[in-house]
Design a protein around this ligand. Structure first.
Ligand code: HEM
Length: 415
C-alpha cells in the first residue's frame, strides 16, 4: 500500500473488506495501524490522547508550524489564542453571511450548469472562504490579496505530505518538496496582507498579530492563516459538493428536504436556532459527513508503550484513525453504505460526531461549520434542483481533503 492520491479508495476498500476490524498495513515500508473501530479510536483520540501525538512532521515542513500541526505547549498556546473566537462566534451573523453567500453561489452554479455537467469546486470554495474571512476578520475576501486558486494549488501540491508515517522518507516526498517553495512564497506573500497597517484589525487578528510580534512562542501569522483557510474553508466546501451529489442521488429525499426548507423560509421570522433544530436537514448534513468525510483520516504516533485490548502498541507505532472505516461499521447501523435520516443508528459513528474527530484535538470550528452548512443547504434547496448527470460511482481526489475526481456530476437548475 503506498501513500498517494489513492488513499481514499484504499480506505473505502478497507472499510469493505475488513469491516469493523483494525488492520496493520504498510505505508512506504512502515507498519501503520489503521483503526476502524470507534472503541479504539476513543482510546487513542480521547481517553489516552496524551500518549498519541499528531504525526505531522512533513505537513509542518510544507505548511509551517501552526495550531493544526503542533502538540504539547506550542499547540496549547495556539489553541488558547484562537479557540474562544471559534467557539463564541456571533451565530446570527454567521447565519446572515452564509445565507447571502449561498445565494450568490447557487446562482453561479445555475449559470455554470448551462455550460458544464459538473459542479465547480471553486464556486463552493469561494462561498465558504467568503463566510469564513468575513465572519472572523470583518473583512470581505474580495478586498484581500488572497487568491483561492493559488491556495487550492498549494493544498494539492502539499497533499502528499498530510500523512507521511514517522520513520521513513522517500524520494517522491523529497522531490515534490523541492517544487513547493515558489507556491509557498506566493501564498505567504498573499497572506501577508493581514499585516498591513491599513487593514481593519478584528479582535482575532489583533491577538494573532500580537502573538506573532511577541516572538516568544514562534507563532507566525501567515502559518496560522494558511491552516485556518485550509481547515475552515476547504472542508466545508468539500462537504457542500458531496451534499449536492447526495441530493441528486436521492431525488425523493431532496423533495422532502426542500419542503422543510421552504416552510422555514416562508415563516415570518427566521433564526439560526430554529433552522438548527430542523432535524431532517441536520441529519442530512451529518449523513453527508458520515458517507464522505472531507478529512477521512487522522494520523498519530505512540510516544510510550501502550496496548489496546490485548494488542501491544509499542512506542513509535504509527496509528491512523479512519473515519471512513468507523462511519461504515456494520455493527453500528443496518446498512452503513446507504444514507439514513431516521434514528436507527449509533451516534458515535454519526458524521456530526466522528468526522470532526473527538477528544482534545476535536475540530475547533465544528459548531461554526455545522451552522453554515445547514444554512447553505436550506438556501440551495429553495433556489435550485439538483440532478445527476452520470451514474458513475465516485472516484476520489486527495487534495488534503477528500474531493470527487473530475467534480460532482450534478446539474443545478433554477426552481
Ligand atoms: C465540514 C467541516 C469541517 C470538518 C469535517 C473538519 C474536520 C476536522 C478534523 C477531523 C480535525 C482534527 C484533525 C486531527 O485531529 O488531526 C479538525 C481540526 C481543526 N479544525 Fe476543522 N473541520 C471542519 C471545519 C472547520 C472550520 C469551519 C474551522 C474554523 C472555523 C475549523 C478549524 C479547525 C481547527 C482550528 C482544527 C485544529 C484543532 C486543534 O488541533 O486544536 N474546522 N477539523
Amino acid at each position: 500500500m503506498s501513500l498517494s492520491s489513492t488513499i481514499c479508495e484504499q480506505l473505502y476498500q478497507l472499510a469493505h473488506d475488513k469491516n469493523g476490524e483494525n488492520v496493520v498495513t504498510n505505508f512506504n515500508g512502515v507498519d501503520v495501524l489503521i483503526i476502524q473501530r470507534h472503541e479504539e479510536a476513543d482510546h487513542i483520540l480521547r481517553l489516552n490522547a496524551a500518549n498519541y501525538r499528531k504525526n505531522m512532521a512533513w505537513f509542518r515542513l510544507v505548511f509551517g508550524p501552526s495550531r493544526f500541526s503542533e502538540d504539547g505547549h506550542p499547540w496549547a498556546i495556539r489553541r488558547e489564542l484562537t479557540q474562544s473566537y471559534f467557539s463564541r462566534f456571533d451565530r446570527e451573523r454567521t447565519f446572515q453571511l452564509a445565507q447571502s453567500y449561498a445565494l450568490e453561489a447557487v446562482e453561479t452554479l445555475i449559470k455554470q450548469s448551462e455550460k458544464s455537467t459538473y459542479i465547480d469546486d471553486g464556486t463552493m470554495r469561494a462561498m465558504t472562504a467568503k463566510v469564513l474571512v468575513e465572519n472572523f476578520f470583518d473583512i470581505k475576501l474580495d478586498d484581500t490579496d488572497i487568491d483561492l486558486g493559488v491556495l487550492a494549488e498549494f493544498m494539492e501540491a502539499g497533499s502528499d505530505y498530510s500523512f507521511v508515517p514517522q520513520g521513513k522518507t522517500t524520494d517522491l516526498y523529497r522531490e515534490r518538496l523541492m517544487q513547493l517553495p515558489e507556491l509557498r512564497r506566493k501564498i505567504l506573500h498573499q497572506l501577508g496582507f493581514f499585516r498591513r497597517p491599513d487593514v481593519i484589525r478584528s479582535p482575532l487578528l489583533k491577538d494573532l498579530l500580537a502573538a506573532d510580534q511577541r516572538q516568544t512562542d514562534r507563532v507566525v501569522l501567515e502559518h496560522e492563516m494558511m491552516t485556518f483557510m485550509a481547515a475552515g474553508a476547504e472542508t466545508s466546501a468539500a462537504t457542500m459538493s458531496w451534499a449536492c451529489y447526495l441530493l441528486a442521488l436521492y431525488p425523493a429525499m431532496q423533495e422532502e428536504l426542500r419542503e422543510i426548507a421552504q416552510q422555514f423560509w416562508k415563516a415570518n421570522e427566521q433564526s439560526w436556532k430554529a433552522l438548527s433544530s430542523l432535524t431532517p436537514l441536520a441529519r442530512f448534513i451529518s449523513e453527508t459527513l458520515r458517507l464522505y468525510p472531507p478529512t477521512p483520516i487522522v494520523a498519530r504516533y505512540a510516544i510510550a508503550d501502550d496496548h489496546i485490548n490485548a494488542t501491544p502498541i509499542p512506542a513509535g507505532q504509527n496509528v491512523m484513525v479512519s473515519f471512513i472505516g468507523i462511519q461504515h461499521d456494520k455493527r453500528l447501523r443496518t446498512d452503513p453504505w446507504k444514507i439514513d435520516l431516521t434514528g436507527d443508528r449509533a451516534h458515535i459513528s454519526d458524521g456530526n460526531t466522528m468526522a470532526f474527530s473527538i477528544g482534545p484535538r476535536v475540530c475547533g470550528g465544528k459548531h461554526f461549520a455545522l451552522l453554515e452548512l445547514i444554512t447553505f443547504l436550506s438556501v440551495f434547496l429553495t433556489k435550485a434542483r439538483f440532478e445527476l448527470t452520470s451514474d458513475e460511482p465516485p472516484a476520489y481526489l486527495w487534495k488534503s481533503q477528500m474531493l470527487r475526481l473530475g467534480g460532482q456530476p450534478v446539474r443545478v437548475s433554477a426552481l
